[in-house]
Design a protein around this ligand. Structure first.
Ligand code: PLP
Length: 213
């Protein structure tokens, strides 16, 4: 299953993040043995435990909300943080990255869903981030793209609009001089809507339930 999905996605130049939250080490190893190396977790404690217990050639992504006081626990090893939703958090990630003498890759999580409960930055809030970047306050951060969580709905038109909004925002930022060639990821789409997300501009999908069952 995982091989087939990954090769289908590879043909479209889309990266598969296997969302392994709540899954056991054995379940993760099944996918690992099918060649999967990128896994996403949404909670720091569970992520750190799995990082310690599982093979070291796994690339871990944090996809869930991150509190500033937990950044230090993942700073030594995290590959990509999808869920950066404030400048304050970005500054803390920068600080901890410096401690470990590395650069940490992040995505800016944008608020694309109409639902009020979802986390994410508004486009206006990006300005202060660009300012901090150009002032050299974030030298240990690599801004690698955007992430969006669509509304939990089966309304295809609504989903399409939300995905398209994120893609358009991404396109409008590509020429921003504070960003580098690292800015290329559009993380959107989950088990239920990944095909639609890809059709509307995603190049990184986060899939859990479809892979683990
Ligand atoms: C759980 C989760 C997913 C995966 O959802 P599935 O429907 O199981 O594919 C993707 N993104 C985030 C942020 C999640 O928390």
């Amino acid at each position: 299953m995982v091989e087939q999905l990954r090769s289908e996605l590879e043909k479209q130049e889309v990266t598969l993040v296997a969302v392994s939250k709540t899954r056991s080490n054995d379940q993760i190893m099944e996918l690992y043995n099918g060649g999967q190396r990128i896994f996403g977790e949404n909670r720091v404690q569970e992520l750190v435990r799995k990082y310690n217990e599982l093979p070291k050639d796994i690339t871990w992504h944090l996809i869930g909300h991150l509190q500033s006081n937990k950044v230090k626990q993942i700073a030594p090893f995290i590959d990509l943080i999808h869920s950066v939703d404030s400048l304050k958090l970005l500054k803390e990630i920068n600080k901890q990255a410096k401690v470990h003498q590395r650069k940490i890759k992040v995505l800016l999580q944008m608020h694309i869903a109409e639902e009020e409960s979802k986390y994410g930055l508004l486009a206006e809030e990006l300005k202060e981030i660009w300012k901090a970047l150009s002032n050299g306050e974030l030298d240990n951060i690599l801004i690698c793209g955007l992430m969006g969580m669509a509304t939990f709905t089966s309304d295809q038109d609504k989903l399409k609009l939300e995905f398209t909004n994120l893609k358009n925002l991404f396109d409008s930022l590509i020429d921003n001089p504070v960003l580098t060639n690292d800015f290329k990821i559009r993380s959107m789409g989950m088990s239920g809507d990944y095909k639609l997300a890809i059709a509307h501009g995603s190049n990184m999908v986060r899939i859990g339930s479809l892979l683990f069952r």
